[in-house]
Design a protein around this ligand. Sequence first.
Ligand code: GDP
Ligand code: IMO
Ligand code: MG
Length: 431
Amino acid sequence: MSGSVAILGLQWGDEGKGKIVDLITAQADCTVRFQGGHNAGHTLVIDGQTVALHLIPSGIMRDNIPCLIGNGVVLDCGALLKEIAMLEDLGVDVFSRLMISESCPLILPTHIALDKAREAHKGKKNIGTTQRGIGPAYEDKVARRAIRLCDLADEDYFKERLKSLMAYHNFMLTKYYNAEAVDYKATLDKLSRYRQILVPLMVNTGEVLFDYQSQDKNILFEGAQGTLLDVDHGTYPYVTSSNTTVGGVATGTGFMPAWSMYVLGIVKAYTTRVGSGPFPTLLENDIGKYLGQKGHEFGVTTGRSRACGWFDAVLVRHACRLNAVNGICLTKLDVLDELEEIKVCVAYQTAKGKVDTAPSCARALAQCQPIYETWPGWQTSTFGIDDYNQLPENAKNYVNRLQELIEKPITIISTSPERNHTMILKSPFDG
Ligand code: GDP
Ligand code: IMO
Ligand code: MG
């Protein structure tokens, strides 16, 4: 059966999207990134070999699958070329399969300098960004002064645009943030070297997807970050600067919202967050440390350690509703293996009483006290299990309770970083 599938994170990112996109690509005809940039870090483990991707869709490890970077992605050309080189070194043919929207706004070195300067200026109140220039690049897009990939194609126009945009950035850097200016000439030379390589990869992603759709191809959209980092629906201002939720698929690629799509939400069996912002179920104790160690919770992009906590069913249910999720993939169940007891947040205690929906305001969320339900652990290894019947009863009970609480069926369960250590109870491409 043909169709399209969107794979979206339902927490604060790092839910295991890369692993699942790589796995599901076996049934896809193409994979597409629609938002974010190289702030993402998606890990694939294939026959013991680990590959970390930041910009290129995680379908790239499957032979012959076209990979598209949609217009909603902010593009750091240098980071992209580094990633292409890494993949080509592994013997992966990228150039014949990668297509990039001509409308992608470019991330310039000044965006990165501004991101760093702003974070430093905010001190302890910073967002904890990945310092990849994501926020400043999206600001320029919305302010209608961004330089887009298609602008790189026209040498003279590009020169002129770069000069005026960098003059503005450098004014902000030196006069407002007291930081160093970035050299225009060096930037121009660097970006001009990318022209010949990147211009041939440029496409109109909306047109390409229209053709695929007309041919009944299976299109797989790969979300970056997670729902709670969405600029509109997340824990603002502690969010990224793009729409990580399902609407981003349409605006970030030109894919028609009216075309039907199966939404697969990805959640960890617990919760992690990297960067600042409220986190009601955070565990600042030995269990939190245990989850971090057992789950290897270190950022793929920045190497920062991720804060860990219990599963928050209030926030995940909210994320399911926002994205019209059809099915859930639960990852990292194995990380809970050794715990005697496992807690799940089922509601919050607030000054106004008990609530079971999340407040929109981050300051209000920070005041919420989680109300927990406690479940017995299974205290036996589930690592690598790929058959649901092999799961211990208490693990099955935990999975069943989560799906009741979040009001969506858990259709895929992952028990290790490896591609095939996964139970597919229902394939998203089967509708
Ligand atoms: P993404 O950003 O959503 O693609 O996730 P990341 O790659 O940043 O982080 C997920 C981490 O968990 C990676 O190191 C994966 O290899 C790993 N992982 C994914 N699924 C599982 C799982 O089921 N069990 C374990 N133990 N690790 C997993
Ligand atoms: P993947 O795709 C987890 C977080 C940063 C920071 C906030 C804003 O691997 O799940 P930004 O650099 O985007 O302006 O930072 O968003 N963040 C992520 N956290 N996983 C990610 O991507 C993230 N991308 C950004 O830590 O809190
Ligand atoms: Mg990640």
